[in-house]
Design a protein. Structure first.
Lengths: 501, 167
């Protein structure tokens, strides 16, 4: 198979001491970022992105993607030991993870969380390895209309699948598109929406928005809630790991189901957070111990963690193959690719073989290294959380400011970061989703370009989006996703009519 | 949450008020987008749709969605609190120093401002002693300098102190 030989070539690209060093640094930094409040995967990667401009792209993406894996692992530590989800996708892990820690089974819970994360990620990487070449060859037939339909599907999924009210999701998302439109029009090169301000000529950079919305906003929320970290002690020793591992194969069905949910939610950009909740819910309903969920069932840790990692990892497939990221962190990585001069999309697989397969190979290795690092270093990471907030908060603020400045070497960006931070705080408190806002800022120009090019080809007729089977199908899927709550309601009613219970 | 509106004064702003304000804020941004798009032209030009075409529709959707959000916000029970005043005071303790910090960066440089920010936080919010405060607030800028300017060769904004030190 061509995929396998490409993958082996990828391993030969990755396996050097420098890259291994970056992998290790990335994982450790990532876990720290995942553990600290206010520094998540997305803005951790955003802050470090400018530092990688001088590195070769393959090493840079290894470093940054490993930070992402590390952050995914790190979220579990705070959820289980401190009952504080370090990341939104580990909220579901707290339901059973923290009760386990209270019962004195912190070691078992952490081992189960890390191992199932690892399995979820591994499953997703295998899916990427097998599906990437197919998706890429398929995507070669894509014209502007097809491209726009993929963006349409991505954004509709947010509206229909999100747990926030649809009008709020739409408002946040469209605001993102509006912010993306500020500055130079990429199609004609003319200026728009700047209202004569020189600061706005370059438009809004999504990295600034990410650092502000996720970083500063998170700190403000933490400050308001007055969090005090009082966690359970954790000691993982080889005996506990071995005992837990022996018990895990019993839950193979839960794991498989969670992997599938995760991959589906990651590829259609719903993301890791809904995937973890959905997987937890389904496991609770189908398990024979479902009634005991919430009191410290190991299955309640396995299900959300597997799905979150499968989703987080598979989110990179649409990013690489189509240029549509499946999560905010994937969006930041996409921004990195563009800055390194790599155009994501089907041609990337043909023109930048070393890079793509190097990245995929690094996903395998990064997750193995990650599992080893987190299993051995949990006490160190837990100690970081015991540093008082009065010290850690200003340090995080300074790191965010430096990160915002280095994006364009511009002090105005630091001010914008604070503005985004305050907006992010109010949006979060009012239940506006931030992920579609960020994705819209990243993809705004490309979605608009595809839309206008399609209209140009058709001479202004919107029917171009229904003109062929492919584009029509994707648009129809988008509409189904957009009205998903209504559609699923209708299906449910039809089903009930046929079999009255 | 236990909140009794008849208690002395209100314990904090209402969720209803804040959500309505956020909806109006988003509505205003949508309106600005529409105005800007109209200035750029929303019709059909020589090279296809003009610059304002796409943002115009985007702005229109923002406005429509905000109207829905505003109506929904007004319907929220007046008993639901956004946050308590004491909690908002905690948030202000970060926002005000941050606002001073970001406006000081262009004048003082990022190193001096960062040291002052960390020292201020640790001394007045964390109530730490001077030795620990000085140790952390001075070591982070030095660490940043070494990492960014020496290792990765990324220049950061500098002020009078760096000029005086000749860096």
């Amino acid at each position: 198979m061509e995929g396998i030989s490409d993958l082996l070539h990828g391993f030969s690209v990755v396996l050097s001491w420098t890259n291994f060093f970056y992998m290790l640094v990335g994982i450790i930094l990532g876990v720290i970022i995942g553990v600290l409040p206010g520094l998540g995967g997305a803005n951790g990667v955003a802050i470090l992105l400018p530092l990688t401009f001088s590195m070769p792209p393959t090493s840079a993406i290894i470093l940054l993607s490993c930070i992402y894996w590390g952050a995914l692992f790190g979220g579990a530590i705070t959820s289980i030991l401190f009952n504080i989800p370090g990341e939104p996708w580990s909220v579901a892990t707290t339901f059973d993870g923290h009760p386990m820690a209270q019962k004195g089974q912190a070691g078992e819970a952490l081992t189960a969380a890390f191992t199932s994360s690892f399995i979820g990620a591994l499953f997703a990487v295998i899916v990427i390895t097998l599906a990437a070449p197919l998706v890429a060859s398929f995507a070669l037939q894509f014209g502007p209309a097809e491209k726009f339909s993929v963006f349409f599907l991505a954004f509709c999924s947010f509206v229909g699948m999100g747990k926030e009210p649809p009008a709020k999701t739409i408002a946040a998302m469209m605001l993102g598109f509006a912010l993306a439109a500020v500055g130079t029009d990429t199609v004609t090169g003319s200026l728009r929406l700047t209202f004569g301000s020189t600061e706005l000529l370059g438009g809004f950079d999504f990295l600034i928005a990410v650092i502000g919305l996720f970083g500063i906003g998170e700190i403000l929320l933490t400050m308001e809630e007055g969090l005090s970290f009082r966690g359970k002690a954790a000691a993982i020793n080889p005996t506990v790991v071995w005992q837990t591992w022996k018990g895990l194969p019993r839950y193979w069905l839960t794991m498989l189901r969670s992997c599938l949910i995760g991959c589906w939610m990651g590829i259609t950009p719903a993301g890791a957070t809904p995937a973890s909740f959905m997987s937890y819910g389904i496991a609770k309903r189908s398990s024979k111990d479902g009634g005991k969920f919430g009191t410290g069932e190991i299955e309640g840790v396995i299900a959300p963690e597997t799905a979150a990692h499968a989703a987080g990892t598979s989110a990179l497939l649409p990013m690489l193959a189509l240029g549509v990221p499946g999560s905010p962190t994937a969006a930041v990585l996409l921004g990195g690719l563009l800055i390194w001069g790599l155009q994501p999309g089907p041609l990337l697989f043909v023109e930048q073989k070393d890079f793509v397969w190097g990245l995929i190979a690094s996903m395998y290795l990064g997750n193995i290294v990650g599992l080893a690092v987190v299993l051995t270093m949990v006490p160190v990471f837990a100690a970081i959380l015991r540093v008082p907030f009065g010290i850690i908060a200003p340090i995080i603020l300074v790191i965010c400011a430096i990160g915002a400045y280095t994006v364009h070497n511009n002090s105005f960006d630091v001010i914008m970061m604070l503005v985004f931070g305050v907006v992010g705080y109010f949006f979060k408190k009012c239940n506006y989703p931030l992920a579609p806002l960020v994705l819209a800022i990243v993809l705004g120009d490309k979605a608009e370009e595809a839309f206008r090019q399609s209209l140009l080809i058709s001479g202004g007729s919107v029917s171009v989006f229904w003109s062929s089977g492919l584009v029509g199908t994707i648009m129809a899927l988008g509409l189904v996703a957009l009205f998903w709550p209504a559609v699923s309601n209708l299906l449910g009613r039809l089903f009930r009519q046929r079999s009255p219970a | 949450m236990s909140n009794t509106p008849q208690a002395s004064g209100t314990p904090g702003p209402r969720q209803r008020t804040v959500e309505a304000c956020v909806a109006l804020f988003v509505l205003a941004l949508g309106t600005i987008t529409i105005i800007g798009s109209l200035q750029a032209g929303i019709g059909w030009g020589e090279e296809g749709p003009k610059s304002g075409f796409f943002p115009f529709w985007v702005g229109l959707i923002v406005v429509l969605a905000s109207v829905v959000n505003f109506v929904r916000a007004v319907a929220i029970s007046p008993r639901r609190l956004f946050a308590e005043w004491s909690q908002l005071a905690e948030v202000r303790k970060i926002v005000v120093p941050m606002a001073i910090y970001v406006s000081a960066v262009p004048w003082l440089g990022i190193y001096l401002s960062s040291a002052l920010l960390i020292a201020g936080f640790m001394r007045w919010l964390g109530r730490y002693g001077w030795p620990l405060t000085l140790c952390i607030s001075l070591s982070l800028p030095v660490l940043t300098y070494v990492t960014f300017e020496r290792w990765f060769l990324v220049p950061l904004p500098k002020g009078p102190i760096e000029d005086w030190l000749g860096l």
